[in-house]
Write a protein that binds this ligand. Structure first.
Ligand SMILES: [Zn+2]
Length: 576
């Protein structure tokens, strides 16, 4: 018998076989139990996270003759036909290869015929975002007048490419990346069932390399198994993924942050001598730095298993250091694409990473006094002087002279008080809520390094024409302002996701500046019994708490108005 890939053999047959998507599977099972299914679903999520599997299980469960708690029984004739791939009432279409209008037109005709064997006809359209405009229009017509007993399941990795008219007619489910621990446990389960043995560390390496995709994890596991005679060794896992050990990564990062160039170069030599792939090494470093960045803010998102070196690095160093590192790694990654001498670029990278710039940034960020001082300078100058000049001055003060400083001339983004006040003058809670609701989706569409930048930022005020984003670190704010691609993506995605008529002007400021500016804005509102209380410096801004969509025109007075625009903590009325 021909060898069947693990991910096929171990494709989940029931909702309970699926890992890492508890919310999705629970909701779908309940819908089947209560008979409250709808005629169109949108399954959104990264590749390899179980969208197609869930669609097939759903098709099976809803048609199963003897379902058990919303699960298919797996034994009735419908289930068996489905497993054998012979159930004609479940139709799969891969939009990546069938993006034409004709196929969808065929479906439009086909849906008018009742199912032959099962109760429901289920159409599963994979990679639905690949459909052409014409095909989407044809699909829309079907969704507008859904025939009885027909269910569409649209699966996609890129929901932003699907017309809003389609999305609004579906019930949307977001599939998450499989976290490394869940992937690890699934591999353990499969290996035990197969009577294979394994090194635990090997499975951790594979889970990390798979980056949230279970299918990828099982493909890598397949390869590692084929090398190892039924035993998965760490060596083989590292070989198949081209990874270096976490220990070595940790030692390398430790050396560069200590500015021990010699030791860092020695570690690099060790990596290269072992014949490791340069790109994989940079990839691994990026995820290592990403994990360090996330560890203090969102530990549940960390993919590796923290060891002593990692914990030490994460606890002793500031986020800004990791951001800076990711940025440099990204640059090197680009350079590696155009060279056949990667070692040179890795050596240059290593020297750059162990330069004092990183250490200096880290000192600024960690020393409590130094931390406040530049922020104050920036704030005062931003308010009282031309903003661009103020920013470059504050940067010269806080960074060494050799740091290249490009002036912020990007048309998409501003950073001054006038721009902030302009947004505040037209701001509504509704605009802010709409943006806050799609913010995470927008961030998820960005490359990892840019996600890391926006993870320390948040939308704080918005109007139909503008959006103020506050950053926890000035250096990250500054860097984000230089990134044309990032800004353009933000503009487009926010417009599309909020279904706005046009793009909003972006205004990037620091969280400290935001606190000052919003207080100043409220203070200059012509309302005599308003007393402004600044929030304490150490209090995190919480502009994104959910509130009722209430346009400010309906507000009774300016105090209520101010409360509606941002949060209530800063405005306090005095009892006369
Ligand atoms: Zn059945």
């Amino acid at each position: 018998m021909a060898y069947q890939a693990l991910y096929r053999t171990w494709r989940p047959q029931k909702f309970s076989d699926m890992i890492g998507q508890e919310v999705v599977t629970k909701t779908l099972k309940n819908a089947i139990i209560t008979g409250q299914t709808t005629h169109a679903y949108l399954f959104n999520g990264p590749r390899g996270t179980g969208k197609t599997s869930a669609a097939k299980i759903f098709a099976k469960a809803i048609n199963c003759l003897h379902p058990v708690d919303g699960e298919p029984d797996g034994t009735c004739e419908i289930c068996q036909a489905m497993d054998a791939g012979t159930l004609g009432d479940v139709i799969e279409l891969d939009a990546a290869s069938n993006n034409g209008v004709d196929e969808i037109r065929e479906i439009r005709e086909d849906v008018t015929y009742a199912p032959t064997q099962a109760n429901y006809k289920v159409y599963i359209i994979d990679e639905v975002h690949m459909l052409s405009t014409g095909a989407f229009n044809a699909l829309l017509k079907t969704l507008e007048e859904p025939p009885a007993n027909v269910i569409f399941i649209l699966a996609t990795t890129e929901p932003q490419k699907i017309p809003a008219t389609i999305i609004s007619r579906t019930q949307r489910f977001d599939f998450k990346r499989i976290n490394a621990q869940a992937a690890f446990e699934r591999m353990v389960y499969i290996l035990k069932q197969r009577d294979n043995t394994y090194d635990e560390s090997a499975l951790h390496v594979i889970a990390n390399a798979a980056d949230g995709g279970m299918r990828d994890a099982l493909s890598i596991l397949d390869q590692a198994l084929s090398f190892g005679d039924g035993h998965v060794t760490l060596e083989n896992a590292l070989l198949v993924t081209g990874s270096v050990t976490q220990t070595l990564l940790g030692q390398y990062v430790q050396a560069v942050v200590k500015q021990d160039t010699k030791a860092a170069l020695a570690k690099l030599a060790e990596v290269l001598e072992a014949g490791k792939d340069a790109n994989r090494f940079v990839e691994d470093l990026i995820s290592y730095a990403r994990d360090l960045l996330l560890y203090t803010q969102a530990p549940e998102l960390v993919t590796l298993v923290p060891d002593e070196v990692f914990m030490q690095l994460a606890q002793e160093r500031e986020a800004v250091l990791w951001y800076n590192m990711i940025d440099q790694l990204n640059e090197t990654q680009q350079q590696l694409r155009f060279t056949n001498r990667p070692a040179i670029y890795l050596e240059v990278l290593t020297v750059k990473l162990s330069q004092p710039i990183t250490a200096l940034v880290q000192n600024i960020a960690t020393a409590p006094e130094a931390k406040q001082e530049p922020a104050k300078v920036t704030t005062t100058k931003t308010i009282e002087q031309p903003p661009v000049a103020a920013k470059s001055e504050s940067i010269t003060e806080t960074k060494p002279a050799e740091v290249p400083h490009k002036p912020a001339v990007n048309v998409h983004v501003s950073e001054d008080q006038t721009a902030v006040f302009k947004v505040l003058a037209e701001a509504t809670r509704g605009d802010l809520n709409r943006i806050t609701a799609v913010w995470a989706d927008m961030v998820n569409m960005l490359p990892v390094s840019e996600q890391a930048m926006l993870n320390v930022s948040r939308p704080v005020a918005a109007s139909a024409n503008g959006l103020v984003v506050a950053f926890n670190f000035d250096i990250i704010r500054h860097n984000a302002m230089q990134k044309n691609d990032l800004l353009q993506t933000m503009l487009t995605q926010i417009r599309e996701l909020t279904q706005a008529a046009h793009e909003r002007q972006l205004v990037f400021i620091t969280s400290d500046d935001w606190q000052q500016l919003r207080a100043k804005y409220v203070a200059q509102l012509p309302n005599q019994h308003t007393q402004v209380q600044s929030t304490p410096d150490d209090m995190p801004i919480q502009m994104d708490e959910p509130a009722i969509d209430q346009p400010i025109e309906q507000a009774d007075n300016l105090v209520t108005e101010a409360k509606n625009i941002f949060d209530e903590a800063i405005v306090e009325e005095v009892d006369d």
